[in-house]
Each structure stands twice: as C-alpha cells, then as structure tokens.
Design a protein around this ligand. Structure first.
Ligand SMILES: NC(=O)c1ccc[n+]([C@@H]2O[C@H](COP(=O)([O-])OP(=O)(O)OC[C@H]3O[C@@H](n4cnc5c(N)ncnc54)[C@H](O)[C@@H]3O)[C@@H](O)[C@H]2O)c1
Length: 251
C-alpha cells in the first residue's frame, strides 16, 4: 500500500460504487478525502462511514465544479489528488436513441470530466503538484456492448481527453492517468439485472466480477508520489475480460 498521509484527495461520484471503493482505499492509505456527489444522502452516509468530508456536486455544472475545488482549497489549503470517477451508463439502442439521451451521457461522463479536471488543474498548478486519475472503462476504448454506443463513446472520449491533458500538465508536476474497469459489482452494475451479471461472469476468465476496492488499489498507485513518472497512461482492471483469443479461456 502506498502512503498518502497528508495528501488531500477529491473523489467525484464517491458516494457509492467504484467511487466508494476509491474513497475507502485512499482513506486506508492515509489521505484526507472529500467526496463530491449529486446524491447528498448517500454521500453524507459514505463520508460518515470513512470519517471524511462531503460536498454536494453536479459535475455537469462548470461553476459548481470550480466552487467545490475552491471550497476544498479553503478548507484544506491544497488539492493533491483528483479522482474524476462520476459516470452514468443508461441503456439505449442506437436505433431509438434520442439526442437528450446522448447529451445526458456525454454531459455527465465527458463534459463533467472536463469541468472537474480543469478546475482541479488550476488549483494544482499553483501548488506545483497533482495526481489526476480518471475512471474510464473497457467499454468504448476496447470493447462494445449493445445499448452503450453513447456510453462507449464518452468513455473512449475520456482517454483522448486524458492524453492531451497529461501533456499540458507535464511541466506543472501534475500527472493525468486513467483506470479502465471491466465489470465491477456496484449498485449501478447490479441495476443492469441478474441476466447481465451472469453473462458478464461467464465472459471473464476469473468467472467473477470485480470489487470496487480492486479499482481503488490501482487508483491509489496512480495517485501516489511514486507514480510521478507515469502520465497519460491507463490500467485495465477487468479480471482478464479483454484477453481471450479463443472461447477455451472462458470454459
Ligand atoms: N461498475 C462497473 O462495472 C464499471 C465498469 C467500467 C467503468 N465504470 C465507471 O466507473 C464509474 C462509477 O461507476 P459505478 O458502477 O460505481 O456507478 P454507480 O452508479 O454505482 O455510482 C455512480 C456515482 O456517481 C454519482 N453521480 C451520478 N451523476 C452525477 C453527477 N451529475 N454529478 C455528481 N455525481 C454524480 C452517483 O450519485 C453515484 O454516487 C463511472 O464512471 C463508470 O462509467 C464502471
């Protein structure tokens, strides 16, 4: 485990799911964590569970993202780590997809990432140090799934965003990396239904779904001082789901 004692970390979408796993892992490593989430009730409950702070945030508002980062600086004097983890994955087949469905997914997943990374970057530049970790996905950048063309586009888009952002931050002491989870058992994934979960288990060589903390550990590494020479990169956390060249791997 990397030591993050004294580090201040902001986790968007940290109220539940993968974000909660990231919060748990960062707290265990000694960081002072602030959860920023649209779900105030769940966010406050998670903050209480891990003895950390909570700020209400809708990442689709640029102003709100700036205000939350400003509040973190006011309360904690600095921001060392940003985990831009918020994401939604509603199902919509392409043939019936509305412009509103497309926009909603992109507004939260991609534009929300832009807003919160931009706000954090400005604060981190002043301090000459920062670790930004974006939660992307295997979906979009590597794999596809029916009903997720808008989601996949937003998740692949995050990686394109991340690479240019990493270059712009390179001389500021700030790294920008991404984790690419496979199927991690969260509230959001469970909402896809039992048939989906069983189908995914059969598609993963380990025959098991991931846990939020599995993603948290990879985030913790990328958020550490020791990962300072790694930027613009990705770590896949999927139990080998993207690997098989033949069905035998899944028997
Ligand atoms: N669960 C998986 O298998 C999986 C796989 C790959 C990638 N991901 C990615 O991981 C991230 C988290 O997914 P999850 O499964 O934990 O989802 P989840 O639905 O369980 O949790 C998402 C969190 O984001 C918050 N949120 C939603 N909209 C928001 C907004 N506009 N502003 C602020 N907060 C908002 C929710 O309140 C919730 O706390 C997403 O970016 C998702 O794309 C998940």
């Amino acid at each position: 485990m990397f030591d993050l004692t004294g580090q201040v970390a902001l986790v968007t979408g940290g109220a539940k799911g993968i974000g909660k796993g990231i919060v748990q892992t960062l707290c265990k490593a000694g960081a002072r964590v602030i959860i920023a989430d649209i779900d105030q009730q769940q966010g406050k409950a998670t903050a209480k569970e891990f003895d950390c702070s909570f700020k209400a945030l809708d990442v689709t508002s640029q102003e709100a993202c700036r205000e939350v980062v400003a509040a973190v600086i006011k309360d904690f004097t600095k921001l060392d780590i940003l985990c831009s983890n918020t994401g939604i994955f509603p199902q919509a087949n392409l043939a019936e997809m509305t412009e509103t469905q497309w926009d909603q997914t992109h507004n939260v997943n991609l534009k929300g990432t832009f807003f919160v990374v931009q706000a954090a970057m400005a604060a981190m530049c002043k301090n000459g140090y920062g670790r930004i970790v974006i939660t992307s996905s295997i979906t979009g950048a590597i794999t596809g799934y029916p009903g997720w063309s808008h989601y996949g586009a937003s998740k692949a888009g995050q990686l394109g965003f991340m690479r240019s952002a990493a270059l712009e931050c390179a001389r500021e002491g700030i790294t920008v990396n991404a984790v690419m989870p496979g199927n991690i058992l969260t509230e959001g994934l469970a909402a896809q239904g039992e048939a989906y979960l069983e189908e995914m288990k059969r598609s993963i060589p380990t025959h098991s779904l991931g846990k939020p903390e599995d993603v948290g550990h990879a985030v913790c590494f990328l958020a550490s001082k020791e990962a300072g020479f790694i930027t613009g990169q990705t770590i896949i956390i999927d139990g080998g789901q993207v690997l098989p060249e033949s069905p035998e791997a899944l028997l």
